[in-house]
Design a protein around this ligand. Structure first.
Ligand code: KG4
Ligand code: ZN
Length: 362
């Protein structure tokens, strides 16, 4: 079965062709990072306009790479939510037109089920139940997956998502966007024990997260820094100008490594607690922040002695992509009854706040 996946929920325009849920014939992602970099975060209106411009060329590139035509496609899957409403609507409208014009079934996909499905692209043998840590620019959620396609929400962030926190700290220091990969790289040479930033809600019996406090702690720490002469480095919280002296970059990288470690420690501790409570057999870490080297290392280190398997998708399947959407669509298509020829999908609408429970998508 050949599935065409379409993903436009945020700032990546992505189309993939996946065969039998596994063989990735093409996975094309057009990133809008350069458009949003000037603003240090995503501007929804610009995201929509760029999706409109990019969706058709991205489709054509994906079909060419996969060496197929639309006629060869059996099923089309598209992200229905959650995400930016205008961005979602571009993908959904495009997918509806394609499905209608070619008379193919159209399967709506939950974006987070897509992220969790990214592990099935590369692994057949995931044991159940497993705990899924979904960490991206928009989400920091912990789920237990008792079986394929079923999800019980244990906790989520009460304020910023983990990726959003990386992006905001990078913006604070004028490092660029998206902040996660930049901080990850700069932190490689930093000392993660240099500053002990707060690990929020660790003691509480909750699986919820809070990341706005660590961001504020970084701001407060930066305002207290002094030059070797004892002068404040920053006059105010614009954190501008950035010092050009040779002592600045090592110090900055220590702060970034310490910040990154604080975020990773919380994510690992809560995930392990979720494993204990649910007697899970494995952990899946998915979403853009799953690329983070400190998180990968801390999670592997914490689980290594117990031999608990941890599944991280390859980096290109951690960040938003359409192969994961095609994989989830294939599963939904095979396990649910679809009114293939009734064109009922013409009523399909975007759901910016769609919740993931495992069976609510229709
Ligand atoms: O999954 P994704 O592409 O989009 C959403 O669904 O949000 O995740 C993007 C997020 C951004 O916040 C980005 O800064 C973060 O993932 N990210 C990282 C890394 N690579 C991407 N965060 C930390 N370390 C990384 N290496
Ligand atoms: Zn995502």
């Amino acid at each position: 079965m050949l599935v065409l996946g379409i993903e436009t929920s945020c700032d990546d325009t992505a189309v993939a062709v996946v065969e039998n849920s596994k063989h990735i014939r093409a996975s094309v992602v057009s990133s809008q990072d350069q458009i949003h970099a000037a603003y240090g975060g995503i501007v929804p209106e610009l995201a929509c306009r760029s999706h409109i411009e990019q969706i058709r060329p991205v489709l054509e590139t994906a079909l060419a790479q996969a060496q197929v035509t639309l006629d060869d496609i059996d099923v089309i899957g598209v992200t229905q939510g959650p995400g930016l409403v205008g961005a979602l609507l571009v993908g959904i409208s495009f997918a509806k037109a394609l499905a209608y014009g070619t008379d193919k079934p159209l399967v709506p996909v939950h974006h987070l089920e897509g992220h969790i499905s990214s592990i099935y692209l590369e692994h057949d043998d995931v044991p159940y139940p497993f705990v899924a840590l979904v960490v991206s620019g928009g989400h920091s959620d912990l789920y237990v997956c008792p079986e394929r396609g079923h999800y019980q929400l244990l906790g989520r962030t009460r304020d910023d998502a983990a990726g959003e926190c990386f992006d905001k700290v990078a913006k604070m220091l004028h490092l660029g966007y998206p902040g996660g990969p930049i901080i990850d790289k700069l932190a490689q040479t930093g000392n993660p024990a240099h500053v002990h930033f707060p690990r929020a809600m660790m003691a509480k019996e909750t699986f919820d997260f809070s990341f706005s406090g660590v961001k504020t702690a970084v701001r407060t720490h930066l305002l207290q820094l002094t030059t070797p002469d004892g002068e404040p480095i920053f006059a105010d919280d614009t954190f501008w100008p950035i010092p050009e002296a040779p002592w600045w970059e090592p110090q900055r990288n220590d702060i970034l490594a310490s910040f990154q470690q604080a975020v990773a420690d919380v994510l690992v501790a809560k995930t392990l607690r979720a494993v204990q409570q649910s007697r899970a057999q494995a952990i899946a870490v998915v979403g853009g922040v799953a690329c983070n080297s400190a998180l990968r290392h801390a999670m592997q280190h914490a689980t290594g002695t117990e031999g608990l398997p941890v599944y991280f998708p390859s980096p290109r399947f951690c960040t938003d992509n359409a192969a994961m959407i095609a994989c989830a669509a294939a599963y939904r298509y095979q396990t649910q009854a679809w009114a293939d020829t009734s064109h009922s999908f013409l009523d399909l609408d975007a759901h910016p706040n769609l919740m993931l429970t495992g069976s609510e998508i229709s």
